[in-house]
Design a protein around this ligand. Structure first.
Ligand SMILES: C[S@@+](CC[C@H](N)C(=O)[O-])C[C@H]1O[C@@H](n2cnc3c(N)ncnc32)[C@H](O)[C@@H]1O
Length: 236
């Protein structure tokens, strides 16, 4: 597997990769819809980019991040002292706390396919009954066998690479995009399709809303976020 980029390169990716547009959309949603004075958890928070933006926008919220990579959690703790950042494997992390809002962006596709249901179950358990959760990932087109999965990964990977080249990204960002393609092809990242993921979310959550942020053209693959609630009657 190609290692994930350093925290510094990771932060630059938001400027050049389509993923940055999705994160901007989520920031607007969080600013508008998260309950005042509530607790927000970012599962698999990486180097804390999203949490840091939230802490500036919504200083009333209590923010907690969890990530397995010490480089990222140390970087977050040192740079943003108001954010509680825990180093842990989300699948093993134990807590009695419940959260009003949970975000998990770009995380589930790092969990091997057989364990992806466990992370969704974990999110369900950690979420307050009247809370909501935002899960976002890049998705490949649907597939039904290994050859189709590889072709779907190559399609997404090529389009991602093309998008960063068109944005005139520096070589370190192009390298990160090439790494994503290779990781998906050889299954050290585990991107799934919107269709498969929707079925999984529906096993746990009664309200599942789907939003696509990239590409703007018609496509199955791309960057999507889901808004998940335990009941269809919950306030926005
Ligand atoms: C692509 S990054 C996403 C970071 C950030 N949430 C974002 O939107 O940019 C995936 C993150 O998941 C973390 N990760 C992978 N497996 C994990 C696990 N089992 N437990 C906790 N974090 C994990 C990685 O360390 C990495 O920071």
């Amino acid at each position: 597997m190609n290692d994930l980029p350093s925290p510094e390169v990771y932060e630059k990716e938001f400027k050049y990769m389509p993923w940055g547009e999705l994160i901007n959309d989520l920031l607007q949603l969080i600013e508008r819809d998260v309950k005042p004075q509530s607790e927000l958890l970012d599962l698999m928070c990486g180097p804390g980019y999203l949490l840091s933006k939230i802490s500036t926008m919504r200083p009333d919220l209590k923010l907690t991040g969890v990530d397995i990579d010490k480089r990222y959690t140390h970087y977050t703790r040192n740079k943003y002292s108001s954010i509680e950042c825990i180093t842990a494997d989300v699948l093993k992390w134990q807590t009695n706390r419940k959260f009003d809002t949970i975000v998990c962006t770009g995380g589930i596709h790092h969990i091997p396919y057989p364990q992806q249901h466990a992370i969704v179950q974990k999110i369900f358990t950690l979420l307050n009954d009247d809370g909501f959760c935002i899960v976002a990932d890049p998705y490949v087109s649907d597939y039904s066998n290994e050859e189709e999965r590889k072709l779907a990964a190559a399609e997404l990977g090529y389009e991602y690479l093309a998008a960063v080249i068109r944005k005139n990204a520096p070589n370190e960002i192009i390298t990160a995009a090439v790494d994503i393609l290779e990781n998906d092809l050889f299954m050290t990242e585990y991107k799934t399709s919107v269709k498969k993921n929707t079925l999984l979310f529906k096993k746990y959550f009664s309200s599942v809303e789907i939003h696509k942020t990239w590409p703007k053209k018609e496509s199955e693959y791309g960057d999507y976020y889901f808004i998940l609630k335990k009941s269809t009657h919950i306030r926005k």
